[in-house]
Write a protein that binds this ligand. Structure first.
Ligand SMILES: [Zn+2]
Length: 235
């Protein structure tokens, strides 16, 4: 039975390695896609801010051309004032000019507010772009590292499986289901016995059972955690 225990220990070690490899092979690509999606989100936010900025710029240029048109009209009307003969017409035109000036004052105010808004937005975009650049550098380095690790894990994964299959050939058909069953429930299927205590669950092993374990004639399981027990005797 000792060679069975030896093979089971090998199997357990390889299962621990394989589990770690497989967890990381699943985890690392997820981390990479999280990095990428964060970068994409930041890029999208900057694009949205830029769209908003150009919208404000468009509105501003519409107001500016209205302002310009009004100024021309005011100039023309003011020139026309000199040619007017009647007092009534003069007053009407003056009222018109005043109205245009009032409108222009309003336009200037709006344009000024837009300029302030544009300045704030441009500053925010520049900041965001700078942050994104350094984040992208940082994340790209990390992604590269993870990709390298994935590549390395893939290289060792297949040989480990082959190695496991070889070990499995050494394990008897009666013992393997016990191993599988316990490792499924408890993670590790084997536990060392030290001072008549199972190191898997820290429970005392009955003396009778302990004596059996020492004989190494059969596979013995811990009465409490069901792990396959072994001792360091003969090692
Ligand atoms: Zn136990």
């Amino acid at each position: 039975m000792r060679d069975q225990i030896t093979a089971l220990k090998e199997l357990q070690n390889i299962d621990i390695d394989l589990k770690e490899i497989e967890i990381n092979l699943e985890k690392f690509p997820n981390i990479i896609s999280e990095f990428n999606s964060e970068i994409d989100q930041n890029k999208e936010s900057i694009t949205n801010q830029k769209t908003e900025l150009s919208q404000i710029e468009k509105e501003k240029s519409i107001l500016e051309s209205e302002l310009e048109q009004n100024e021309l009209s005011i100039k023309k009307s003011e020139e026309k004032l000199f040619e007017i003969k009647t007092h009534k017409e003069y007053e009407a035109l003056q009222k018109e000019i005043a109205e245009m000036k009032r409108r222009n004052f309003e336009l200037e105010e709006k344009i000024l507010l837009m300029l302030e808004e544009l300045e704030i937005n441009e500053k925010k975009i520049a900041e965001d772009e700078e942050n994104l650049n350094s984040k992208e550098d940082d994340y790209n380095k990390k992604i590269e590292e993870y990709q390298l690790q994935i590549k390395e894990l893939k290289i060792v994964h297949e040989p480990k499986i082959l190695e496991k299959n070889k070990i499995l050939e050494k394990i008897s058909a009666e013992v393997l289901p016990i191993y599988k069953n316990v490792s499924c429930k408890n993670g590790q299927a084997l536990a060392l016995v030290v001072n008549e205590v199972c190191t898997g669950c820290n429970m005392n092993i009955p003396p009778q059972l302990y004596n059996h374990i020492l004989t190494e004639t059969e596979i013995y399981q811990c009465p409490n955690c069901k792990r396959i027990l072994y001792t360091t005797q003969g090692e």
